[in-house]
Every structure is written in C-alpha cells, then in structure tokens.
Design a protein around this ligand. Sequence first.
Ligand code: SF4
Ligand code: SF4
Length: 449
Amino acid sequence: MRGNASGILHPVARGRGGVAVSHNKNTKDCEVVRMPAPQRVVLPMQQHIGAPCEPVVKVGDKVAVGQLIGDTDKFVSTPVHASISGTVISVAPEKIANGRVVPAVTIESDGEMRQFEGIEPPKVNNREDFLAAVRASGLVGLGGAGFPSHVKLNYPPEKNVDTLIINAAECEPYITVDYRECIDNSWDILTSIHLIKQYLGIKNVVIAVEDNKPEAVTELQKIANQKADTDNSVNVMVLPSRYPQGAEKVMVLSATGRKVPPGKLPADVGCVLMNVASTAFISRYLKTGRPLVSRSLTVDGSAIAQPKNVRVPIGTCIDDIIGFCGGFKAPPFKVIAGGPMMGISLVSTNVPILKNNNAILAFAEGSARIKPERDCIRCGHCSQACPMSLTPTNIMRYVKANDAEKLKKASVMVCMECGSCSYSCPAGKPLVQYMVLAKNIVREADSKK
Ligand code: SF4
Ligand code: SF4
C-alpha cells in the first residue's frame, strides 16, 4: 500500500467502470438528532439476509427497550429486539418497503421508553464469545446490505484473512450518516477496530474514505495516530469519489489490489469488510449490552421540508419520520428507502424503517433525474460503466427472450445491482431492473433442474 508524507494511504488499484454522480451531501453538517419515541413500531421478523426469526412474545405482553422479541436457531440470521417499551398489540404479517409481507411484532408505546432490566455488557474473553456477542446484539450491515455481522466476521480460519477494510466510502448521493459517524463517533470506530483485531487476529486495517470527505479523513487519521497502535497497522485510505466505490468487490480491489473472483467472497482473498457505522456499534454494545434498537438515517430530497440526520427506533413508520422532518413541502413524486442509485422506490410510506435503511429521500416532480425511455442507440455507455464487465444490452435482450442459458453465459449473477448502467444510459433504459429480472429467470431455471 502506498502512502505519502502525511501517512494517508492511496488506492493500490483502480477498477473499471463506475460513474461520476452528483454528491448532494446537503446534510453533512447536520448532527444526528434523536426523534421522540413514536406511538407504535412494527418490527418485522426478517430485517436481514438469511432466515427469518420466530416471535418469542405474544399479544398482550409488556415489553421494554432492548428485550428480545424474535429469534431463531438458524446460523444466518440475527435476533430482533423491542425498540420502544409498551404492549405487544399484534403478531401478524406486515408489509415492508420492498413490498413483501413478512411476520412482524407491533408494539404500542407506553410513552416511557423503559430499558429492559436484563441488559448487561456481555462477557467476552475469546473469539467465540466475541462472535456470540455480535450475534446477540442483533447487528447487521448498517450500510444497506443487511447481512448479519456475526456471519461476516465468522470466516473459516483457512481463509487466512489478513486485512480488515472499514467501509466509510458512503458513495451513494445524499446519504451522510456514515460521514457523521466518522466525525461524531470516531473513538467508537477505533475502539471497535482494536476489538476486532484482538479477537479475530487480523493484522492490517484500512479505513477507506472517499476524497469528498476531507474532514472525516482528518478526524479518523488523528484518532488512528493517537490510539495505541504499536505496529502502525491501522491506516486511513483516501479513494477517488466515483460511484460505486463502496461496493465490496470494488473496494477490495482499490484497498488491496486483490480481485474477488465471481461467486467468491472478500474472505476468499483474505479480506473482511465492515460498514463504518456497524463497526462503531460493536464497541458500544460490548460496553453496555444495549442491542441494536435504533439507527441513524438521512432524510433529504427536494420534497422534504426540513432535511435532517435523525436517529429513530427501528420499526418507526416512514410517515412518522417524514413528519418529524417537517413533512413534505411539495407533493412527493418519488420516495426512496436508501440512496438514489440502489434504494427501493416506495409505493407507500406507511411501512417501517428496518435495520438496514440508511436514508429516506423524497423528490418533487421535475427534480428527480428521470429520463423518458427511448430505443437503444448502441452507444455502449452501459458496458463502459459496469464495474463487473457485463454487457447490459445483451442481458436486456436475453431477458426479453426469457433465455436462462444465455443469461448464465453472460455472467448476470455477478451483477451487484449498482445501477451504474441505468444511470449512464442516454435512452433511459431501466437496465438495473432488467438485471434483477435476469437473475430471477436464472434462479427459477436452476430451481427446476
Ligand atoms: S447494475 Fe449490474 S450490470 Fe449494471 S453496472 Fe451495476 S453491476 Fe453492471
Ligand atoms: S447505454 Fe443505453 S442506449 Fe447506450 S447501449 Fe446501453 S442500453 Fe443502449
């Protein structure tokens, strides 16, 4: 890894593709404000990649903040905890942002936000204790992925992981909560890094930040230099701001020069990646035993009256959060859960915030970058923009022909749905939607074999 006189590392390699997006980090100077407890929360039993939880409470039960309300014995899963105190009024399926209906526990607030009495810091003496504590905390990737963190950190020893990459790129436009984490909670980030190093025995740590966040770079570097780091193994790397710099495979290449092969994980090339806010949470949990019951998110966009960074109980209705931000100042034309590149367009805002939702964006008509769809002009911009070297035009054709074999040969399963192809298309083709359809066609064909 190459550094300069100030100790800042530079990327080792540059991947192909990507797009230059407007950053619109309008809320970067807005400190996170805590939203008062809502009247009720809806806590879906599946807020993560993997198996759903089973509710462990029933209608009429009194619950307190941090109390376990859903769990499973499946490994790829993570428990769910009450985010407000009150009474369980429903254990029934509810709709979530992606339109799916999943089992959920609804709690009516008692207005007290009573903390669960059984909360205490976990006892952690070794790797197994550490991984068990991360699981018990309910932590998932807070950057949008929603992958259970204990699974990510529990890589097999034979993978020889030598590098922990802390992802503070936050390359999606508008979103600034990871930036705020770097500015406001840098000690939590560094303390967590040393805990992960200690219990997992990882040698090198790279905190990767895009160059459009110079204050975050300065803060993290200052803290990294102050913390006892005798072997100088924790370093800050400044990456060029080019979307999707924060995508796992792109970041591994930039930070280490290692290429993650198709179908493989970063651990297969000796790396583990953690979102910066997820990382900071670990030290807070080990200190207090308070599980993941709230999260920070950016609320912004041309239709929002008072854009903010706000901390809300998990399960708060998106309508309530928008209300806390002054409501709509113009009729919303498009509301997105997440960033404009990879977020989900909402049909209804009457859905709960999940652990992995890092933003709500609402745009008034005329302000969103929506191009009318025209015929493909074969310009090739979509292929040039693709970080995974795919040819979206061919994939679009094979989707229309419902040809699973050709889609497989076109390697569509490596698509990370980053949206760079759609963004760069002058003909307004919804290419990323074709990629999602393509993967479904391949999965369905495989399931019939
Ligand atoms: S969405 Fe898929 S096909 Fe499109 S640029 Fe991203 S990785 Fe490539
Ligand atoms: S970017 Fe759009 S117009 Fe250009 S080749 Fe791709 S699909 Fe066709």
